[in-house]
Design a protein around this ligand. Structure first.
Ligand code: APR
Length: 234
């Protein structure tokens, strides 16, 4: 089976009703990124940050995977698929994809605020636990914090992602502005002979000279188009 690696970003979930970050009206227009997505912001105002992620967690209950997520899951019949996602939602999981690497953490999980990456204290929340409160403690006695990789923090999953990207026969970028590193740098690890596709309704500035087949469509239609292009090549 050919190995297909997807790098997805916020645009993957846009058609499910989740806002992107950098489009007009995106999340970073509404909430200052330094307040809600940095360790400093959390130290300054943990109540605000906790509330921000509580709201985003509850929003997950009101949205569903879109056709793009579903088709990527169905592609596992024909490809060995790895999803590397920058998204913290659980829509790839809910669509049925089996190998998902979350580079920027997961909304449905919480962790220790002393040692965010200590997996002993990472806990999956059930929907009735989505409202985290100040005073809720991790196993090490520290305040529970969102299991989210904030700006300025290490991205522990990047090495695992690289090992899959280095093996890719097909690499597909979907719905990311390719602004955030190290995620955007994964493209540099794609083998020379692999085919690279980019699905996005808008133009994306990619920092690479390699040939990229651009599919200028939203995620759902774009994955349909990807499937037909891959069939033509098979
Ligand atoms: N289908 C596909 N792509 C879309 C759609 C759609 N329907 N709608 C918008 N897009 C595209 C936009 O054109 C843009 O290129 O999705 C991309 C979203 O870019 P960003 O908002 O920058 O999101 P992303 O690249 O995922 O951000 C990376 O930055 O803020 C951090 O941690 C956060 O994981 C996030 C990271």
């Amino acid at each position: 089976m050919k190995k297909l690696v997807v790098l997805s970003g916020a645009g993957m979930s846009a058609e499910s009703g989740l806002s992107t970050f950098r489009d007009a009206g995106g999340l970073w227009d509404k909430y200052p990124v330094e307040q809600v997505a940095t360790p400093e912001g959390y130290r300054e105002n943990p109540a605000l940050v906790t509330q921000f992620y509580n709201e985003r967690r509850k929003q997950l209950l009101t949205v569903a995977p879109n056709r793009g997520h579903e088709l990527l899951a169905e592609m596992e019949k024909e490809f060995d698929v790895t999803i590397v996602t920058q998204n913290v939602d659980n829509l790839h999981e809910r669509a049925g994809s089996n190998r998902i690497i979350h580079l920027h953490g997961e909304l449905t999980k919480v962790c220790s605020s002393y040692a965010p990456y200590d997996l002993r204290y990472v806990k999956e929340l059930k929907p009735d636990e989505y409202e985290v409160k100040l005073g809720d403690l991790a196993g090490d006695g520290s305040q529970l914090r969102p299991f989210i990789v904030w700006f300025g923090e290490a991205v522990p999953q990047i090495e695992t992602a690289v090992t899959f990207v280095e093996q890719a026969d097909v690499f597909v970028i979907i719905g990311t502005s390719m602004n955030v590193y190290p995620a955007a740098g994964l493209l540099n690890y794609v083998p020379k002979q692999a085919a690279v596709y980019l699905i996005d309704p808008h133009e994306v500035q990619v920092n690479s000279y390699r040939h990229i087949e651009v599919i200028r469509k939203g995620a759902s239609e774009g994955v349909v188009e990807l499937l037909s292009r891959l069939k033509q090549k098979a």
